[in-house]
Design a protein around this ligand. Structure first.
Ligand code: AMP
Ligand code: MG
Length: 423
């Protein structure tokens, strides 16, 4: 339960929830739900109560500060019928902290020394208010933590994790997971390929989640198997089955970024790359040079936005543009050949398309993009009609041409792009 009006207003993002989610997964505590509530006693109490109806553990962050709007203590004390009492030791510690800084003690701070009866204190190495652990009957527990992220994390790591391990150690089974990255295949098409495998090639005990992004769909495979070897075996089987049906769209990059897979392939081939970009305006170059060390496999490029640049800098014949238009197979291929030729490198990519919102025509609607990749003497080109706005079309174009380059470098089969509208 994340507490704070600022979270509901959206001025602060609930990073505590995200962090705790990962921590709990790592510990092997499945998270059923997350609630966000404002700074009101009834709402906080409702959040805790609803959590306790279905879970053994409710973690609350926020609302433990010294001011009148911090009411998490009151809410938990009321709900669990554990009246607040002044903890003399906490009080003297608080007073001592202020005294040691030579400051008068603000009496409102006494709120932070109020502890629900029966609560256990969880040491806060980085702040004044400790975390609190309360029993809710039936083995269920409620943990109250401050909202300030570093204090919350300090208490969690120092006090909560050891405590949960001690209490629940035997019951915890860590979630094992791995992520496979795809690009160039829409989520629904990928689901058609993958779902028939469930319960058979993808064994029971393995869950597959589809995580779509604009640049591709990730598949997260998870296995809640206590022992590491058991989980790896299940995941290996599932991964093998998925590779069988979707291998053409998969790429390998720990970061999830296709650029890393491209970089690996270029290094393996000992090749250097140049880019010739029209509608992406340097986005491909930007993504490549975001990678530290890219100078060892990326040479540079040309933003050939105006046709005059395509002609003058890349040697695209003017007649070709006149005859086929700038967005055409002929021009995409001439751009890629021109770039590889002029820079004398082994690999090149080119992109030319209609990013929109203007410039579309019945034969070449907004989103029409021709792109090409050259490796040695091999040139491959593709056309797609990408959906979305200008930003989407450019991002999808950059990703698509990098995928085409990767397949060309690998010498493998290049999957047919989805037809327009299939995304
Ligand atoms: P509180 O403990 O409610 O006084 O919160 C102190 C500060 O911690 C707030 O002003 C926020 O900036 C921050 N904070 C509170 N809750 C969260 C949260 N769930 N995620 C990230 N920051 C938070
Ligand atoms: Mg607050």
């Amino acid at each position: 339960v994340a507490v704070g009006d600022e979270l509901l207003l959206g001025t602060t993002v609930d990073t505590n929830g995200a962090w705790l989610g990962m921590e709990l997964a790592e510990l092997g505590v499945p998270v059923l739900a997350r609630h966000t509530v404002g700074d009101r006693v009834e709402e906080i109490a409702r959040g805790i109560r609803e959590g306790l109806e279905r879970a053994d553990l409710v973690v609350v962050t926020g609302g433990l500060g010294p001011t009148h709007d911090d009411v998490t203590r009151e809410a938990a004390a009321g709900l669990l019928e554990a009246p607040l009492r002044l903890d003399p030791e906490l009080e003297s510690r608080l007073r001592g902290r202020w005294r040691s800084r030579g400051l008068p003690f603000p009496e409102t701070n006494l709120r932070q020394a109020m502890v629900p009866s029966g609560a256990e204190l969880l040491a806060n190495p980085l702040g004044t208010a400790p975390g609190l652990l309360l029993s809710a009957g039936g083995g269920r527990i409620v943990i109250l933590l401050p909202g300030i992220p570093r204090e919350m994390r300090g208490i969690w790591n120092g006090a909560v994790v050891p405590l949960l391990r001690e209490r629940w150690g035997g019951r915890l089974s860590r979630l094992h997971y791995r992520v496979l990255h795809t690009t160039g295949i829409p989520e629904s098409r990928l689901a058609e390929l993958v779902e028939p495998l469930f319960g058979m090639e993808v064994p029971r005990g393995v869950e597959v989640a589809f995580l779509p992004r604009i640049t591709g769909v990730d598949l997260r495979l998870s296995a809640a198997e206590g022992r590491e070897e058991g989980a790896s075996r299940l995941l290996d089987r599932a991964e093998g089955a998925l590779r069988e049906v979707a291998g053409r769209w998969l790429f390998q990059a720990a970061s999830g970024d296709l650029v890393d897979a491209v970089a690996q392939a270029l290094k393996r081939a000992g090749a250097s790359l140049v880019t010739a970009e029209s509608c992406t305006g340097g986005l491909v170059a930007k993504r490549l040079t975001d990678r530290p060390g890219s100078s060892s496999w990326y040479c540079g490029g040309i933003v050939a936005y105006d046709n005059r640049v395509k002609v003058r800098e890349l040697g695209v014949p003017e007649a070709l543009i006149r005859e086929h238009g700038a967005v055409s197979r002929e021009v995409a291929e001439a751009m890629v050949r021109g770039a590889a030729e002029r820079f004398q490198v082994e690999a090149a990519v080119s992109v030319t398309g209609v990013a929109g919102p203007g410039g579309g025509s019945p034969e070449k609607p907004v989103g029409t993009v021709w792109y090409a990749a050259q490796v040695g003497d091999t040139v491959r080109s593709r056309v797609e009609t990408f959906p979305g706005d200008r930003v989407d079309v450019r991002e999808r174009s950059a990703q698509a041409v990098l995928a085409l380059l990767l397949r060309t470098l690998e010498g493998g089969e290049v999957p047919t792009p989805p037809t327009g509208g299939a995304w």
